[in-house]
Write a protein that binds this ligand. Sequence first.
Ligand code: AMP
Length: 434
Amino acid sequence: MSQHVPTVDGRFTDLAISPKMQERLAYLKFINPTPIQAKAIPIALEGKDVIGIAQTGTGKTLAFVLPMIEHIARTKKQGLIILPTRELAAQVDEVLQKLANAFGLRRTLLIGGAAMGRQIAELRSNPHVIVGTPGRMNDHIQEGRLKLHNVGVVVLDEADRMLDMGFAPQIKKILQHVPRERQTMLFSATMPGGIVSLAQAYMKLPVRVEVAQAGTVSERVNQELFIVSQDQKLQLLDKLLKEYSGTVLVFSRTKHGAKKMCRAIRNMDHSAAEIHSNLSLAQRRRALEGFKAGKYRVLVATDIASRGIDVTNIELVVNFDLPDNLDDYVHRVGRTGRAGKTGHAISFITPSQRSKIRILERMVRDSLKVSPLPELPPHRAALQNQHAADAEASFRERGRRPFRRGGYTPGRRGHSPSRQANRSGGRRQPRVHS
Ligand code: AMP
């Protein structure tokens, strides 16, 4: 496991955790806790409810997984971890696996798009830890397969995102089945009003711990903006992909856009994969694994799919489109500059979106640099227009002289100079360009 993430001076051995956990952490080479771990773990070990405000890449998964395992090992209760996306759930399950197996704890991962059979079998064996997304969890609850009366610890991870995705009613339904006597931990990168209400509804006197102000972007991320028209964005991307040499995560606002962009990037001769909710879980997994393994240099993602992307060496994040929900800017940008590394985030802003810059600046509590647009190679459509304009100009020239036989000017069908010339008695009417 990575040791690049910034840690504090204290050591895990200073924390009141079991010898077995100490052993496991040493084996995984986790020596010093990260700031969120140093703050949240002691409180969580006391059994208190915790609200953790932490940026992505700060080690927050271990901050809740560690105390949850200790709790379960001690009380023989079950743990429930609810997350917004399949990828994120799978990633938390990976961390769990590294720790929970040593304690003889069984897990199940309840996510949509994955085979039901395995989940049903795992539920039959009464797992100690249940990780999943709200929709699939509710499916299992409805079918009477998922019983939550023995749950003693609940984690709501990426809670702000779950609210954005409209999961509040689903979370409510799930928590109705969990005993009130329990420990609840909530983790979120931002702290909008909805999270406060969620905490009031489901938590008991939670202790709030925070490692960076809610909504801030790591100082290690160099943020830059370009004002660029929609039809020049691809050329700008092309230029950036040549300028940077490392892995690049590109955000598209829509699934359709992600697909088209992925194709365009491949045409620019870069290996690229796409990740969005139109793909099956297996396809999404392949894309993410391929990106992690270096098979694809560029990953094009939509916001929903991006949450689970824990890749530590993304050099550049490109916001090809601004997110619909500007809060997502922070999450997107948090994909680079992870685990102690320096990152770059470049956003494309169309001229009509200029007013959004102020909002972004307020969100990240920093001024954002607008870079001058570099000289861009003409776009295909622009090239075509140019051709037409050149043809027009040369035709106008010729129009003053007798028309040259057999002369050819590229143009739209039906607008060929000879036809125009014929219709206008040898003189071409000026054409209006839109
Ligand atoms: P997370 O924010 O939970 O996604 O973690 C980000 C990265 O930090 C993951 O790659 C973890 O393996 C790594 N990490 C978490 N805790 C520690 C730690 N105490 N020491 C070193 N690396 C860590």
